[in-house]
Write a protein that binds this ligand. Structure first.
Ligand SMILES: NC(=O)c1ccc[n+]([C@@H]2O[C@H](COP(=O)([O-])OP(=O)(O)OC[C@H]3O[C@@H](n4cnc5c(N)ncnc54)[C@H](O)[C@@H]3O)[C@@H](O)[C@H]2O)c1
Length: 316
């Protein structure tokens, strides 16, 4: 079942062939009519992927039918918990080979591959749980929303703290007017966009370990050589081609209750200041000031929301 190493050219041409429609039947109908259990396939099974699959696997009616990871050394936790589940290195091969056996897909890879994987799954009628930030670009998010609506699929983004009692309570208190109309918002996080990078430019190329499918890890991103302990696992976050910086990593959690409490819509303006960046990495400490149209829960005609990261905090 393990896939062969793919070249970039075959990645692109295979994706085009699959996107052209080799599998199209909507799985949610079959899931409801033919099966008593939900057949789930997971893409990225360690790190947050392990957290996602071990949580979903607690449901009595979930059966895992495929595990996909580009690193053969990272199947260990999933294998211990669900032995015998077929392995794949390439999500396209998994979805093609398993076809109708899959009802829903969990996407827990680095950010730059969320959209290609989730779009293929949804094109094939699979329900999708996709980690935050939903995508790497705003355009990708809009495409995913359109496709989910068009296919009538059940989807969810993995910002699980949205359901946590403190978040829900805070949102309710503000919605009920406990602190009156809100005049301004400050939100911040300690990390910054160059948190994990010891260097500011591209590292020297190194041999790809046998257990890593580097071409599949790069996926739809521009090609670059492998280097250990720089991108995979986890440290890709700092790099613009793969991650989304501190704002993308944490804004989806921390600004979520702000939107929920105040019914914010699209900003009128955004001003970003930062402590230095280049074309490779996301900025170090940054302050991003959004001005939104006021709502029934805000004090003025507009409301300012200030985001800070990398140790910057609002004035006392
Ligand atoms: N909701 C949360 O609280 C939360 C917390 C941490 C991470 N995340 C999100 O989860 C995602 C993964 O983050 P992580 O820290 O676990 O990263 P990671 O680098 O540890 O990757 C997770 C797993 O995906 C595998 N992988 C990478 N590319 C793949 C591909 N193309 N196909 C199949 N497998 C692939 C890796 O080998 C690894 O096992 C990110 O989008 C991140 O933002 C969410």
């Amino acid at each position: 079942m393990q896939s062969n190493f793919l070249t970039r050219r075959s990645f692109v041409s295979n994706t085009a062939a699959i996107a052209a429609g080799t599998i199209v039947a909507p799985a949610f109908v079959r899931a409801q009519t033919l099966r008593q259990e939900l057949h789930v396939a997971c893409v990225g099974v360690n790190g947050m992927g392990w957290s996602d699959l071990s949580s979903v696997g607690k449901h009595a009616k979930v059966k895992f039918v495929g595990f996909c990871d580009i690193d053969q050394n990272r199947f260990n936790l999933a294998d211990q918990a669900y032995p015998g589940t077929p392995h794949f290195a390439d999500y396209r091969e998994m979805l093609t080979e398993l076809g109708d056996q899959v009802d829903a897909v969990i996407v827990s890879t680095p950010d730059h591959m969320h959209a290609p994987i989730a779009m293929m799954a949804m094109k094939n009628g699979k329900h999708v749980y996709c980690q935050k930030p939903l995508t790497h670009t705003v355009w990708e998010s809009r495409q995913m929303r359109l496709l989910a609506q068009q296919k009538n699929l059940t989807t969810q983004m993995g910002n699980q703290i949205h359901s946590a009692a403190p978040y829900r309570l805070g949102v309710q208190l503000i919605r009920k007017g406990t602190i009156g109309k809100v005049k301004e918002v400050h939100s911040w996080v300690g990390v910054h966009g160059q948190q994990y990078s010891v260097r500011k430019d591209r590292p020297n190329p190194a041999a790809v370990p046998n257990h890593v499918h580097w071409d599949l890890w790069l996926g739809a991103a521009p090609e670059r050589p492998f280097s250990p302990d720089v991108y995979h696992p986890f440290k890709w976050r700092d790099w613009q081609d793969f991650g989304s910086g501190a704002l993308g990593d944490f804004g989806c959690h921390l600004l979520d209750p702000v939107f929920g409490a105040l019914d914010l819509t699209s900003p009128l303006s955004v001003v970003a200041e930062h402590g230095g960046t280049n074309l490779e990495l996301w900025p170090g400490p940054e302050t991003v000031t959004y001005t939104f149209p006021g709502t029934s829960r805000t004090a003025g005609e507009t409301i300012r929301v200030t985001w800070r990261d990398g140790g910057l905090q609002p004035p006392i």
